[in-house]
Design a protein around this ligand. Structure first.
Ligand code: HEM
Length: 294
């Protein structure tokens, strides 16, 4: 009987491994599409948009549906590798994250505006969005916030990994000091470093993530890929390895994993004490409101 149960476990594990790995591998008939970046128009009033400058730009270029709706995993498995040279497996994982934000998960569709959910993927300390806890809007582009990030590139024509680390850190520090609801745990750590790495790699950042500073302005402020200015799809594929290597370097430049863990720990304790205070507050009634019965 024991041998039978063990065999069932082995078969189940092998089946789930095979289905996960086939999910992350392109099917045999997969064809890498080429996309035209010359077509572009900004979002109209009825188009859905997200806090992600890259997905918004892809929609503006008609590479994703221009209305930002009915996105599917298979659409992104085409668009992200074809337009940005993301590896299929990375595109699949990102697209699955997007689909999880959808109230129509079972239809396999999501809209860019489904991504406007605080602390799902959208997080505090963004490069160009205000903190949700302070403004109630963590998804719209905010010039003031983006100017703060861009201040680290003042006087430079190109980005560098050092400045990118400083810019990211600056945004985190600003919001941490003024947002009582500031949240920074492991998911936010992974997502926010991942975003910096991905975008600078997709803008053809090469070895040290050096990209013309003007291109960041175009991508964020106009939500357009700087094709007219010379940008072309990366020639090196961008995969988990790329993200891992650059992320490690960025973390090192931002004080190392020790300080990241300290930050996450401090945040955990702050949030825990806020929840405990909130819990006890419901039982507390000021003395002036207490009726004295003699
Ligand atoms: C289906 C795939 C993707 C999904 C679902 C997604 C979702 C998101 C979301 C929800 C945010 C907001 C996070 C925040 O609060 O700052 C975001 C930000 C960001 N995303 Fe994406 N994204 C995807 C693909 C990509 C790709 C492929 C890139 C780069 C090549 C990218 C680059 C960025 C950057 C740089 C930000 C930071 C924006 C800022 O802080 O101003 N994303 N993304």
């Amino acid at each position: 009987m024991k041998a039978y149960i063990a065999a069932v476990h082995v078969v189940a594990l092998a089946a789930s491994y095979m289905s996960i790995s086939s999910f992350l591998t392109p099917p045999k008939d997969y064809i890498l599409k080429k996309y035209d970046f010359t077509k572009w128009s900004p979002a109209g009033p009825h188009d859905a948009r997200s806090p992600c400058p890259v997905l918004n730009s892809l929609a503006n270029h008609y590479i994703l549906p221009h209305d930002g709706k009915n996105l599917t995993i298979s659409l992104l498995q085409q668009a992200l590798p074809g337009a940005l040279n993301l590896e299929y497996s990375l595109a699949t994982v990102l697209a699955t994250g997007g689909l999880f934000s959808s109230p129509n998960f079972w239809d396999g569709k999501f809209s860019l505006s489904d991504l406007n959910k605080h602390n799902f993927i959208e997080h505090d300390g963004s490069i160009s969005r205000a903190d949700f806890g302070l403004t109630g809007d963590g998804h719209s582009f905010n010039h003031e916030i983006f100017n703060e990030y861009m201040s680290v590139y003042k006087g430079s024509k190109e980005t560098s990994i050092e400045a990118a680390a400083r810019g990211r850190q600056l945004r985190m520090d600003t919001e941490r000091s003024r947002d009582p609801d500031f949240t920074y745990g492991l998911p936010q750590h992974i997502i926010s470093y991942g975003e910096t790495v991905l975008v600078l790699s997709a803008l053809r950042g090469g070895k040290e993530l050096a990209v013309p500073v003007e291109w960041l302005d175009i991508l964020w402020r106009e939500e357009r890929f700087p094709f007219n200015e010379g940008w072309r799809t990366a020639t090196e594929p961008i995969g988990f390895g790329t993200v891992h290597d650059f992320k490690a370097k960025l973390v090192e430049l931002s004080g190392g994993m020790g300080s990241e863990l300290a930050l996450m720990g401090e945040n955990f304790i702050n949030r825990l004490s806020l929840s405990i205070k909130g819990f006890f507050k419901q039982f507390y009634r000021p003395l002036s409101q207490t009726r004295v019965i003699i």
